[in-house]
Ligand binder design. Structure first.
Ligand code: HEC
Length: 239
């Protein structure tokens, strides 16, 4: 009996040791990439518009805030869930698509797998300020709700989901008077807290008589014009 107890406690000590070694091995730094040098620059550019103090989610600005999320960060960026876009890619072309480049993905992956080193404080870039959004839909925006016929020409610069149910899938097209169809935006798993517009790579000319289809009556999307002539503005208020 004594022998058995001895045997079991010996086994326990052994397994404790191996747990200890495993965590030890995990913390070994095997990469030169650091938070202060490379990773903070990627995050400042691509993540912290949402992930900052007082933002819509937890902050990713400082190393102690980032560290507990390291593994989740790797998973989210590799699966391309972060940074979120909220629309089907390839349906319409947008200049503010914030997808990470393959090089940025590689840096983040190597950094997480290499032990998540912090680096030197002096390498940190200056912290960006948050002076509001890149532009909220102004009064000039045309609010579309339900199928909508343009009574005047519009040079479309972007679309901004104004009232969309979270995770709603919604395909918006413009049916030109010629019968041609322009794909505009296919919202997919968009969440209102992402709060970003979809700015077109090149503005699209929509002649008068164009019908914008695909926005359900209970939702609304703002069409952002590239420019508005005073005459068009006057017409706009008549709607
Ligand atoms: C447009 C806003 C926005 C941007 C930009 C953004 N995120 Fe997020 N992130 C969110 C929101 C909102 C959540 C909460 C989960 C959700 O609702 O999708 C989240 C959740 C997360 C999570 C937690 C996921 C989980 O396990 O619950 C991680 C990790 C993350 N983001 C990492 C990043 C990284 C890294 C970047 C930059 C490469 C980034 N995010 C850019 C809005 C954003």
């Amino acid at each position: 009996m004594k022998c058995l107890i001895l045997f079991i406690s010996f086994g326990l000590i052994l397994s404790l040791c191996s747990i200890f070694f495993v965590t030890e091995a995990h913390d070994v730094i095997t990469t030169k990439i650091t938070f202060s040098r490379e990773i903070s620059r990627i995050f400042y550019e691509r993540c912290i518009s949402c992930h900052h103090d007082g933002g819509s989610v937890f902050s990713l600005m400082a190393y102690p805030e980032v560290r507990p999320w390291a593994v989740a960060i790797k998973e989210e960026v590799l699966s391309r869930r972060m940074p979120p876009w909220g629309a089907v890619k390839g349906f319409g072309e947008f200049r503010n698509d914030q997808a990470l480049t393959p090089e940025q993905l590689e840096l983040i992956t190597q950094w997480v797998e290499g032990g998540v080193p912090e680096g030197e404080a002096q390498d940190l870039p200056p912290q960006p300020k948050f002076a509001g959004d890149s532009g909220t839909p102004g009064p000039d925006g045309l609010v579309v709700s339900g199928d909508f016929k343009l009574d005047r020409a519009l040079k479309l610069d972007g679309l901004w989901p104004q009232k969309v149910t979270d995770d709603e899938s919604l395909q918006v097209i413009a049916e030109l008077p010629t019968g041609n169809v322009e794909p505009l935006l296919w919202l997919y798993e968009y969440k209102s807290k992402y709060g970003h517009p979809f700015l077109l790579r090149t503005p699209i000319d929509l002649p008068a008589g164009t019908i914008v289809r695909g926005v359900p009556p209970q939702s609304s999307i703002v069409l952002m014009p590239a420019t508005l002539t005073p005459a068009a503005e006057a017409q706009d208020t008549q709607r």
